[in-house]
Write a protein that binds this ligand. Structure first.
Ligand SMILES: C[S@@+](CC[C@H](N)C(=O)[O-])C[C@H]1O[C@@H](n2cnc3c(N)ncnc32)[C@H](O)[C@@H]1O
Length: 241
C-alpha cells in the first residue's frame, strides 16, 4: 500500500511539497558539522535532505519507494540514493554524523525499532533529528485526525502528539537535546492538490472535514469554497545519553 501510494504520487508530491521546510531553520537546529554524512530515512523526493547541500560532506537519501527516489534524483542530482527499509538500515553502527527522518514516522506503525536503527547508525558524538507532523495531546482529536489522514492517504499510519515522540525517542535509547514546535496555516486546496490526489479521494476528504473537521484539533475554518487549517510539526533533536 505504502509503495503503491508513493509510486503513484511521486511527481505530484514533489511539486506540492517543495519548499515546505524552508522556513523552519532546520540546518541550524540540526547542529550539522561540515564533515558529517547526513542520512535521511524516508527521504522521498529529497525536499528535506537537499536543505543540507553545502553544509555537510555527503547526503544520503534512503527510501522504500523507487518512484520517490527517482524523482529525487531528477531534482537533486547531488544526492546519494539508497533503496531500503528504515527498519534495517544498510550502514555500519555509529558511522554517520547526522541521521534524520522528516515526515516519514507517521507512515510507520512501529516507530521504536525504526528510531533504534537511526540510533544504531548514528556516531557517538552525532545527532538524530526527527521532523514530523504533530497532533494535539487530546486522545479524541488524535483519533479524528487519524481517521481524516487515512481517508486522504491510505498509507498513513499514525499522527502522534509531542508526548508520544518524547516516549518513542526515549524508548529507542536516546535523550532529547532540543525541541521545537512549528505551526503554520495551510489550505485544503493545496493539501489535497488535484495534481497529486484522485478526485474521489478529494471528495471523501472534503466530506469528512465538513462533518468532523472541528473535532480534529486542526482548527479547520471555511474560506469560501476552501478550508484553512493549522499544520503542526515537531522537530526533535536527540543524542546518545
Ligand atoms: C511523506 S513522504 C516524506 C518524504 C520526504 N522526507 C519529505 O518530507 O519530503 C514519506 C516517505 O517515507 C517513505 N517511507 C515510509 N516508510 C518507510 C520505511 N520503513 N523505510 C524507508 N522509507 C519509508 C515513503 O516511501 C515516502 O517516500
Amino acid at each position: 500500500m505504502l509503495n503503491q501510494e508513493f509510486d503513484r504520487a511521486a511527481k505530484g508530491f514533489a511539486a506540492r511539497s517543495a519548499g515546505r521546510f524552508d522556513n523552519m531553520g532546520v540546518v541550524e537546529f540540526s547542529r550539522v558539522r561540515r564533515e558529517d554524512t547526513v542520512l535521511e530515512v524516508g527521504a522521498g523526493t529529497g525536499n528535506f535532505l537537499a536543505l543540507f547541500e553545502g553544509h555537510a560532506a555527503r547526503l544520503v537519501a534512503l527510501d522504500l519507494t523507487e518512484g520517490m527516489l527517482r524523482e529525487g534524483a531528477r531534482r537533486y542530482p547531488f544526492l546519494n540514493l539508497v533503496l531500503g527499509d528504515g527498519a534495517r538500515l544498510p550502514f555500519r553502527s555509529r558511522s554517520l554524523g547526522l541521521v534524520t527522518s522528516a515526515q516519514a514516522l507517521h507512515h510507520v506503525f512501529e516507530p521504536v525499532p525504526f528510531v533504534m536503527e537511526m540510533r544504531r547508525v548514528c556516531a557517538g558524538d552525532g545527532h538524530v533529528l526527527i521532523v514530523d507532523q504533530a497532533a494535539t495531546e487530546s486522545y479524541e482529536e488524535i483519533a479524528f485526525m487519524n481517521e481524516l489522514e487515512v481517508i486522504r492517504d491510505p498509507s498513513h499510519a499514525m499522527s502522534r502528539p509531542p508526548s508520544a515522540f518524547h516516549a518513542i525517542v526515549m524508548a529507542a535509547g536516546l535523550e532529547i537535546a532540543d525541541e521545537r514546535l512549528y505551526e503554520d496555516q495551510s489550505r485544503f486546496s493545496k493539501w489535497m492538490w488535484p495534481g497529486e490526489f484522485p478526485q474521489e479521494r478529494i471528495d471523501a476528504t472534503r466530506d469528512f472535514v465538513e462533518r468532523f473537521g472541528a473535532e480534529t484539533g486542526m482548527d479547520f475554518e471555511r474560506d469560501g469554497d476552501d478550508w484553512v487549517f493549522t499544520r503542526r510539526r515537531i522537530m526533535l533533536l536527540a543524542r546518545r545519553p
